[in-house]
Design a protein around this ligand. Sequence first.
Ligand SMILES: Nc1ncnc2c1ncn2[C@@H]1O[C@H](COP(=O)(O)OP(=O)(O)OP(=O)(O)O)[C@@H](O)[C@H]1O
Ligand SMILES: [Mg+2]
Length: 613
Amino acid sequence: MTEMNTSPRGGQGPRADRGPARVNPADKSQIKAHPVSLKRIAALFAPHKGTIAVVVLLITASSVISLAQPFLVRGIIDRALPEKNMPLLAWLAGAMIAVAAATAAIGVVQTWMATAMGQEIMHTLRTRLFIHLQKQSLAFFTRTRSGEVQSRLNNDISGMQTVITSTATGVASNLTTAVGTAVAMVALSPRLSLLSLVIIPPAVWFSRRVALLRRDITTTMQAELATMNTQVEEGLSISGVRLAKTLGTTGRDAALYTASSQRLIGLELRSQLAGRWRMATMGIIFSAIPALIYFAGGLPGSTMSIGTIVAFTALQATIFRPIMGLLSLGVQWVTAMALFSRIFEYLDLVPDITAPVSPVPLDPATVRGEVRFEGVRFAYDGGPDVLRGIDLALPAGSATAVVGPTGSGKSTLGALVPRLHDATAGRITIDGVDVRDIAPGVLSRIVGVVSQETYLVHASIRDNLLLAAPDAGDAELWRALGAARIADLVAGLPDGLDTLVGARGHRFSGGEQQRLAIARTILRNPKVLILDEATSALDNTTEAQVQAALDQLAVGRTTLTIAHRLSTVDDADQLAVLAGGELVEVGPPAVLRDAGGAYASLLAAGEELEPAT
Ligand SMILES: Nc1ncnc2c1ncn2[C@@H]1O[C@H](COP(=O)(O)OP(=O)(O)OP(=O)(O)O)[C@@H](O)[C@H]1O
Ligand SMILES: [Mg+2]
């Protein structure tokens, strides 16, 4: 009966009202695309067999115990009250309270057990999912819609809790209550039970129809509201207003908003009315059923006692709800299966980049750091080749600058060394060992990356630095900050190393963030360094500071710098020129400048390389 918004496409948050729902088409197609085996779901629950047995037992017990209620009522009305039998009355009344208390207590224990089990299963699944997703390559995160990963980890897994604690226990209790009540009804009066058979199905059918109608109107209304929200977001944000004013679409936007608002009037009216109708129908049904029973009980020839009639009426009201609940079983089933399907789909992802089974031992402390590209070819996700036939040697401790027009594959080339992507063909070696044969933990100690996009986690400066070297002491941190030309700035902050980085902390500028990232890499002390120079995000002074930090960092390491500055190129030992994914020139910068080849024409075009200031 409980509903959840498990579809990441829904985006409206959990619905407030309860009632029957319709199958979400997105859920259906999810299950079709990734069918779920029941065995696999059973395996998740297998460790909790004992708990499940106890919960089912408790549910059954509470349904059976609560069935005593109508019989107690009958006893009070037919015997205790007319006979003025005080002890019996006290007994029966006390028993009524005891039954209510017992079912309530069982309910608490059952909820506690089911929730604890649900949380255990959730915990297992979400940690497994997190660890599994971590293993995915960069390519996975590039092609996955942003927010999708978060949605599966948060919404789908918490939807699981609902499936376990509400849906599953709901089914069990609805079923036992419905069956138990039906049995009790027959026991009380077979004749009235026959009458119920005529009354209850149409009543259930009718109230379900009214409820579904209401749900449909509510869904349409929510969609319209979402449209209006988008219209406000798009039309009244800075960029939206700018676009509307420059494109002259303000009139069109206003007309669309007016139309949406107008439609909402009708929808709101229908929704309110449908809600009222639903309550009215339920009211009529709940009064009509006992009325019909009383009427049947009073027909000539009926021998039923008043107590039986009253008790029976109570039972009939009880059976209504579980039947309604069981009718939405199909929808709940689809929702739950879609949930499992989405989670299993992610758990089944095979990482495109895997750790070697038997890594070649390499010591990050003694590695020389000679890097070789041998016949390297690369394409993103089955697309066209972005790199072709790359053969390039970076001698240990040397500096190589890579230049080339935008989109020529420079960043891609750099990303292959730390295995952010794997070459489609050919290989990359460090000291003669294929990078794919080096344990990931070792490779990340050997190869350091400072890219255009620096990423600092939302934590203190100290914690950010300790990510690179967990054992470093403060003196070491300050040395690294000094080498990265950022020590003075950090020392000047009121909280020093404890300053929080990020949205809720100190907002460092782009250049400052880059220097912090450089300090982090200095602490990491990798033998091989991949530097992707910032193109134009920094002003001249900042650029000079970052450059100084980078120069300091490069000392004594094999560096591959994606260069956007003439000064970087001039200081390099060798220059590699990329064009259209191919290495077109390699040689000392001074020689290539005068050779009249690709580099010379790049310089002449003057677009890529700006003179250093
Ligand atoms: N994740 C990706 N998926 C598909 N294609 C990509 C991806 N990343 C880059 N490309 C494509 O690969 C080619 C090389 O991109 P790359 O980023 O290596 O160029 P670049 O030389 O670094 O360019 P810039 O100087 O602009 O930084 C481009 O055509 C680009 O569109
Ligand atoms: Mg690039």
